[in-house]
Every structure is written in structure tokens, then in C-alpha cells.
Design a protein. Structure first.
Length: 478
């Protein structure tokens, strides 16, 4: 009987085990389809960069940089270099080396930035060329501030209530450099040491469930980013970069004044400003309201060490007291019981907070009510007490601290914390290689520029609900 020839099985029909056992070590790649998801994902990812670049008003800056270059070598044109710098922030590159590596391998990104893709990997700028370009941008970072201002003005036209309610806070940014002893700060700057940064400290305190207190001290070497943001849209309106030791309260009024100088139309909309207790001072509260027309919503520090309450009216025999939280109470002349007065609103023309007798407001019996009402005129709604703001500007504010309105306004302060979180995790400040205040100011300005450009681009692309998103795909409006 004639032996049959063994059937030859094509490689693509063999299982992975058979291929391995048969000595085939190459991984078999299926034939690409005409409809590849990788192309769609890459296009969608690049669309976010196009969205940011499309709204930037960077033409004056580009012309300025081109004039600075003059007739020098133009191997890497200014405009593609600038687009690549913006791309590094959009795609969260921690360093210039990481960005340049991506440009050398990603031809689509290279082309979107404006480099000639026909030159291959040589089209991407060298490390030295890109470093020199970064130095030029840092030296002329005022142009970045002007572009930020332009985006805020354009956003204010799309968002009529932008700036109505704002929040202020600071953010710690550690320096990549090491601390330098004082005598070495006078040496020549070489880019390796950070002679501008210093040490900052923040202390967090609280009370445990069992009543014991706790505190946590956080220290860092670097800088502080002071931010004033819109608490509804979570968009920055003013910012400053200082060494880490600069106190938060010293930057509160300068931020407000900076907003008034750069964006007077937005500053006129501001009605209230919320901040934590680091900004708690009498002068800040008074200046915000009297000079800028802004109602301060700032938490109070605990400065009264021994006394829990203070008398409200020292020149009269009325038994009214208040505490450091701004709660006004009455002491019954018969029983000595203390009751919180009922808040009835703020009288702007008088500059006073209005309170009512709790017995008259809530309808319960009070043994000393008749004796109390005999000391003053009593209206239709019982005895009324007016507390002037000037009694203690640190404690008494146009929005009473004990009111529900104050609680809602103070809760909006968390908006600036969410902006700080995006600056860390999305805009690249959680891991960076920045040394020196000039570089830090430029990098912060570029980060906020991209944040505002993304928000404006989303709005103009009919995606206002995604104005704070850096990862959602872009869907162009019809």
C-alpha cells in the first residue's frame, strides 16, 4: 500500500503551542484591517492638541520670537518648537527629554506640531536646540502672562457670571534643586542649584473622635503658587509664584488688585471671596469689603486662649455676648440661661448685622423677657439687636458666620483645591525638574495657559460640560 503524504498545515492554522513546539519563534501578526481602531484613537488624541492650539492667541509672540532669531539658523522653526512645548503639557511629559523622545517616534505628533515629517527623526529638535528655546521663553515669560489674560477675557464673554464667586488658596510646589547655604547663594548661577527657593511649612490641626487633638506639620523646599479661581467653573483668574516661606495672607489683596488691574470687567462681578483660616485678619476682611466691595468668607483662627465669650454691650446693662465664631447670644436676666439670637439679615446702609430675640422669633417662654424688653424699644417682632461690623472686623462680616448662607459660601472654597489637584496630576507638577523662580513662573504660566485654552476650546466646540477635562475625546460642533 502506497504511503500517503503528510498534510502540510499552514502556519496561521497552528496553535501557539504547536508553533512553539515546532521551532517557530516569530509572533504571527494578523493582516491589518482597513478600519483600525489605533488610527481613530491616535486621531482623537491629537485632536486635543489641535483644540488647544486653535484658541491660543500666540501670533504676536511668534512674530516676536522670529524677530529675535533674525537671520540665524532656522533648522527648527519657532512655531513648531512652540507647538511642541504646548504638546508637552497637553500630553503630561515630565521633562523635555521625554517630549523629544516622543516626537522622534511619533510622526503624527511631529506633523501636527509643524515639523517636516519627510526628514524623519531628524525633524525633531535636538536637546540643545530645545533647551535654548526654553531659555528664550523663560526670559520673555511676560508674553505667556499676556496670552493667559487674553484667554480669561474671551472666557468672560462666553461665561457672563465668570468671577462672581471666587476662592483663594496657596499650593506647595517643591523644587527639583537642593537647598543652598546662605554663603553659597552669592555664587554664580549655574542652573544646578536653586538659589531662589526656600523652606515653607504648613500645620494641619484637628480633633479626634475621643476629643484629643492632633496636628501634622508639612515642610518643603521650593515655592508657593497663590491662586485666585472662579469657584463655579474652577478656572484661574489670577496667580503669583513666591518662595515657600511667603505667608498666604500677604498675597490675598495683591491677587485681588492684580485681577482688577488686568480684568476690570471680571473684577466688577466679584461678590464674595472664600478662603481658609490662613487668610484670617481684620485688615483683610475690612479691605475686601470697604475698598473692593467683596464680601469675605474666611474661616477664623482660634486666638482667644482663655475666654469663650466677650460682652457685646459694655456701656449698657444688657446681657449680650458673642464668641470667636461670631455667634451672638443673650443671657436671661432671671435664669442665667444663654440662648443664641435669631439672625435676621445684614443691613448694608447701616453696616450692621440684625438679630432678634429668640423667644419672640421661635415662640417659646422666657422668664426674663419682660425685664429684657424694658431696657429698650420693642417692635412688632420683639426685641431687635444690631451689631456693627466695626465691633470686630475679624469676626463680624457682611455674611454672618452662623448663617446657612455662610456655610454654603465657605463650601465653595474647595473649588481651588480641585484646581490645585489638576495642577499636580494633570499639568505635571507632581513630578517635575524645575529649578529657579523664573523657570517656575514660566512653567506655571504655561500650565494655566493650557488649562484655560482647553476650557475655551471645549466651550467653542459645544462641549462646555467637559471644559475641565483633559482626557475626554473632542467632538467638533456641526
Amino acid at each position: 500500500m502506497k504511503a500517503q503524504k503528510p498534510r502540510v498545515i499552514p502556519v496561521f492554522e497552528l496553535s501557539s503551542d504547536l508553533q512553539y513546539m515546532g521551532g517557530i519563534t516569530m509572533a504571527m501578526i494578523p493582516r491589518p484591517s482597513l478600519f483600525g481602531w489605533d488610527k481613530i484613537d491616535a486621531a482623537s488624541d491629537l485632536e486635543r492638541l489641535r483644540l488647544v492650539l486653535s484658541v491660543l492667541t500666540d501670533e504676536p509672540f511668534m512674530r516676536f520670537l522670529e524677530r529675535c532669531r533674525g537671520r540665524g539658523r532656522n533648522d527648527y522653526p519657532v512655531r513648531p518648537m512652540w507647538n511642541a512645548l504646548v504638546a508637552g503639557i497637553v500630553y503630561r511629559h515630565a521633562s523635555a527629554a521625554s517630549l523629544l523622545l516622543e516626537l522622534r517616534r511619533n510622526r503624527e505628533l511631529l506633523q501636527v506640531c509643524g515639523f517636516d515629517p519627510l526628514r524623519g527623526s531628524d525633524a525633531a529638535p535636538s536637546d540643545d536646540a530645545f533647551g535654548r528655546f526654553l531659555s528664550v521663553v523663560v526670559g520673555h515669560r511676560s508674553w505667556v502672562q499676556e496670552m493667559v489674560d487674553g484667554l480669561i477675557e474671551r472666557l468672560s464673554k462666553h461665561l457672563p457670571d465668570l468671577g462672581r464667586r471666587v476662592a483663594v488658596d496657596s499650593k506647595a510646589i517643591a523644587s527639583f534643586g537642593r537647598p543652598v547655604v546662605e554663603e553659597r547663594k552669592r555664587q554664580r548661577r549655574d542652573g544646578r542649584r536653586d538659589v531662589d527657593a526656600d523652606f515653607g511649612k504648613k500645620t494641619y490641626k484637628g480633633v479626634r473622635g475621643d476629643g484629643s487633638s492632633w496636628d501634622k506639620v508639612f515642610t518643603w523646599f521650593g515655592y508657593k503658587l497663590h491662586l485666585l479661581v472662579d469657584s463655579r467653573y474652577e478656572l484661574p483668574l489670577a496667580f503669583q509664584v513666591t518662595p515657600a516661606s511667603k505667608a498666604d495672607v500677604t498675597r490675598l489683596l495683591p491677587l485681588v488688585e492684580d485681577l482688577e488691574a488686568r480684568h476690570p470687567s471680571v473684577a466688577k462681578r466679584v461678590e464674595e471671596l472664600s478662603a481658609d483660616k490662613a487668610y484670617d485678619t481684620r485688615d483683610a476682611n475690612e479691605s475686601l469689603y470697604e475698598e473692593h466691595g467683596i464680601k469675605p468668607v474666611i474661616d477664623t483662627r482660634t486666638l482667644w486662649k482663655e475666654e469663650k465669650t466677650r460682652p457685646l454691650l459694655t456701656e449698657r446693662p444688657d446681657s449680650f455676648v458673642y464668641d470667636e465664631r461670631g455667634q451672638v447670644s443673650c443671657v436671661c436676666p432671671k435664669t442665667g440661661e444663654m440662648r443664641d439670637l435669631a439672625f435676621s439679615g445684614f443691613e448694608k446702609d447701616r453696616g450692621t448685622l440684625k438679630y432678634r430675640c429668640p423667644a419672640a422669633a421661635y415662640g417659646y417662654e422666657c422668664a426674663g423677657r419682660a425685664e429684657c424688653e424694658a431696657l429698650a424699644d420693642v417692635g412688632e417682632f420683639g426685641r431687635t439687636l444690631r451689631v456693627p461690623l466695626d465691633l470686630d472686623r475679624r469676626i463680624f462680616t457682611p455674611i454672618a458666620r452662623t448663617s446657612r448662607k455662610w456655610e454654603k459660601a465657605y463650601a465653595r472654597r474647595t473649588s481651588v483645591e480641585r484646581v490645585n489637584s489638576r495642577i499636580d496630576r494633570v499639568l505635571g507638577f507632581e513630578l517635575h525638574f524645575i529649578r529657579g523662580q523664573a523657570k517656575m513662573e514660566a512653567r506655571v504660566g504655561l500650565a494655566l495657559l493650557v488649562l484655560l485654552a482647553m476650557a475655551l476650546g471645549r466651550i467653542e466646540a459645544d462641549q462646555a460640560d467637559l471644559m475641565r477635562s483633559f482626557v475626554a475625546p473632542v467632538r467638533r460642533a456641526a
